[in-house]
Design a binder for this molecule. Structure first.
Ligand code: Z5A
Length: 212
């Protein structure tokens, strides 16, 4: 079973504090300004049930999930998100921008947590079955990103991981970008936020020209 690729589906990826939220607003503004129907969403989350699963994943107060539990919860949330939010929006002709998608599972549950990549690929094929046309990877050194993210206050369960975990996340993302250069655009996210957003918008405009 191959993944169905939607050119109107764009995802943002990156480690902690990479600046995805800031870029997402800039992309949404560009699309909305042209009168385009655009849905912005996030993972884990994007539906009421998936947001509850997000709470379970990030909460620091209950027993920590095992690596398998974490992986299956992430994909349970994604299954709900894809069927209830993403595919219905794409099928009615809207553009969808998601703050994280399946690449995050390869980076966090695969590269960083040591999960079985073939099993993740199997879940992707059977449970997700779709892929974005373009993915913007905001790449930032781990110390810079963590300093930004931790400046915001109490860390959630995953933000509380050690720095070497996030080094593996970053390496996992860069490896995916290296293997799929047609889909990925890698942006140096150490630059000022306005510059990062402008580069992301330039990629979007180029994508729009090729996929009107
Ligand atoms: N997760 C997973 O394990 N597996 C999966 O399959 C999925 C997710 C989908 C929640 O994701 C967690 O779920 C995440 C991975 C895991 N791990 N954690 N923790 P999330 O995306 O909601 O959470 P996050 O990665 O922690 O988001 P974030 O740190 O908020 O990142 P961001 O959205 O990229 O950053 P931001 O909010 O736009 O910016 C962060 C701060 O930096 C903020 O104060 C900005 O003003 C500042 N900032 C942003 N850009 C810049 C620049 N360029 N210069 C200086 N300062 C900047």
């Amino acid at each position: 079973m191959t993944l169905r690729v939607y050119s109107r589906f764009i995802t943002l990826e990156g480690g902690e504090g990479a600046g995805k939220s800031t870029v997402l607003s800039a992309l949404r503004d560009v699309l909305s300004a042209t009168g385009t129907d655009v849905v912005s969403t996030r993972e884990p989350g994007g539906t009421p049930l998936a947001e509850q699963i997000r709470g379970l994943l990030l909460d620091t107060h209950h027993e920590p999930p095992t690596a398998d539990t974490e992986l299956l919860l992430v994909f349970a949330a994604r299954a709900q998100h894809v069927r209830e939010t993403i595919v219905p929006a794409l099928e009615r002709g809207a553009w969808v921008i998601s703050d994280r998608f399946t690449d995050a599972s390869y980076a966090y549950q695969g590269a960083a947590r040591g999960g079985d990549i073939e099993f993740i690929a199997e879940l992707e094929r059977r449970v997700v079955a779709i892929a974005p046309g373009m993915t913007l990877l905001l790449d930032v050194p781990v110390d810079v990103g963590l300093q930004r993210a931790r400046g915001r206050g109490a860390a959630d369960r995953i933000e509380g991981e050690r720095d070497d975990f996030f080094e593996r996340v970053r390496a996992g993302y860069l490896e995916r970008a290296r293997l799929q250069p047609q889909r990925f655009r890698v942006i140096d996210a150490t630059q000022p936020a306005a510059v990062v957003a402008a580069q992301a918008v330039a990629h979007l405009r180029e994508w729009l020209e090729r996929n009107p």
